[in-house]
Design a protein around this ligand. Structure first.
Ligand code: PLP
Length: 409
């Protein structure tokens, strides 16, 4: 196992200006107490699991939006590409630029909004954009014409997500007319067409089958005119794992790359979670019965006990909704959060654990011994989904990477 640090940019002119500055060096002299650890070997394994599920010949787009769901976009993207991913999927142009800055050269698709100017600038770097209407396609076409270039795009069809794209379910004739008009625009290369499922992770696949049927209808109508683009895609993680007939010529898994399960209707037994959150106890104290802990004094000890302070708070992405509910692992035991989670700190009751000391490791998310604090467990406490637990981690927590073999990605 090697452990390496994803270096933060050095801001010139700041007191800790150069990389050799002793203050700055002290930041990197050893791993900080509070950190995210990402096991890149787990991500590599998950890619292979997804590839095994893929229809033969289908491409794989690794979705690395939102800093790879909090896992660090650059290292995840490199791991995915080394494992055979063909495409990278992001939500914003800024995310594509971050990948380019790191030296990654792979086809990238932006799911979200892009100005025509950005589309033009991106095309030279392998960036594909999403077109969601005839009007936006015309604007991109005009910008590309004036720059004498061709922008590569994928057209989005809304088949029941109600978010983005030509609404095939509302007006099929209009959708087909707009599609044909988009494909005839100058300086646009329509490489792909796609849709997105709203409920593929549910046990009941009725809505997904309906979306699939509508998408297939659009594709059939295009096929009659030999207008089907080269890349046809629909499957998110849930559909990649559960609905082979949705794979078409490419799949777009996100959450499953990270080893997390999209929802109750998906068999995720082969996936390995990649992310842990670790910290250390920075203060430990014996307190009497009746001792009040944290803001609002909502927690008052009902016995003499031991309270430990952990330097992680909601500004790190550790939700305030975990107050008085979540557990952390200390020396293989569960310790419950005492009182409210603060911005920078959280207290836990460790009175039932023997010999807890200053500096002891705390597992906030992840496994130690036979116990695990999963993203799903934390998600339930905050009435959300595992996606938000990891994507909500903030840049204040540095990400460290673990890898089975020593070579750098
Ligand atoms: C986020 C996203 C995905 C990946 O979804 P998962 O459920 O994480 O697999 C795929 N396609 C689009 C358009 C997305 O926005």
């Amino acid at each position: 196992m090697t452990l390496f640090y994803s270096h933060e940019p050095v801001r010139p002119g700041s007191p800790a200006g150069g990389p050799k500055d002793p203050l700055r060096q002290s930041l990197f002299s050893r791993p900080p107490h509070t950190r995210i650890e990402v096991d890149l070997s787990a991500i590599a394994r998950n890619i292979q699991v997804l590839k095994r599920h893929c229809r033969p010949g289908a491409k794989l787009m690794a979705v690395v939006k939102a800093n790879a769901y909090g896992h660090g976009a650059v290292h995840v993207a490199n791991t995915a590409l080394a494992g055979g991913a063909d495409f990278l999927g992001v939500a914003r142009m800024s995310e594509a630029v971050q990948l380019l800055d790191s030296g990654i050269r792979a086809p990238m698709l932006i799911f979200g909004d892009v100005w025509p100017q950005q589309a033009v600038q991106g095309q030279a770097h392998g960036i594909r954009i999403t077109l969601t209407s005839l009007a936006s396609a015309r604007a991109v076409s005009a910008a590309a014409f004036s720059h004498d270039c061709t922008v590569t795009a994928h057209i989005k069809i809304d088949t029941g997500m109600g978010r983005l794209g030509l609404c095939a379910g509302v007006n099929m004739e209009q959708t087909m007319a707009d599609l044909e008009a988009m494909m005839q625009l100058e300086n646009l290369a329509i490489e792909g067409i796609y849709t997105h499922f709203a409920n593929a992770d549910a046990i009941d696949k009725t809505h997904t089958k309906r979306q699939l049927a509508l998408f297939s209808q659009v594709l059939d109508r295009l096929a009659e005119k030999s207008l089907v683009p080269e890349i046809v895609h629909a499957a998110n993680s849930a559909a990649t794992l559960e609905i082979p007939e949705s794979h078409f010529t490419m799949v777009r898994p996100g959450i499953a790359l990270y080893g997390l399960c999209p929802g109750p209707g998906v068999n995720c037994t082969d996936l390995t979670p990649a992310l842990s959150i670790l910290s250390r106890i920075i203060q430990v104290k014996q307190v009497p019965k009746g001792f009040a802990v944290s803001y609002g004094s909502t927690h008052v000890t009902d016995r003499a006990t031991t309270i430990a302070t952990i330097p992680v708070g909601y500004a790190d992405g550790y939700s305030r909704l975990f107050s008085a509910k979540a557990h952390m692992l200390v020396k293989g035991n569960r310790a419950k959060v005492a009182g409210r989670v603060c911005m920078d700190f959280t207290m836990i009751d460790v009175g039932h654990i023997t010999d807890v000391r200053l500096g002891d490791e705390v597992v906030i998310l992840g496994s130690r011994g036979s116990d695990t604090i999963s993203a799903d467990e934390l998600a339930k406490l905050a009435h959300t989904i595992n996606y938000e637990i990891v994507a909500g981690l903030t840049s204040r927590m540095p990400v460290f990477y673990r890898k089975a073999h020593g070579h750098d990605t």
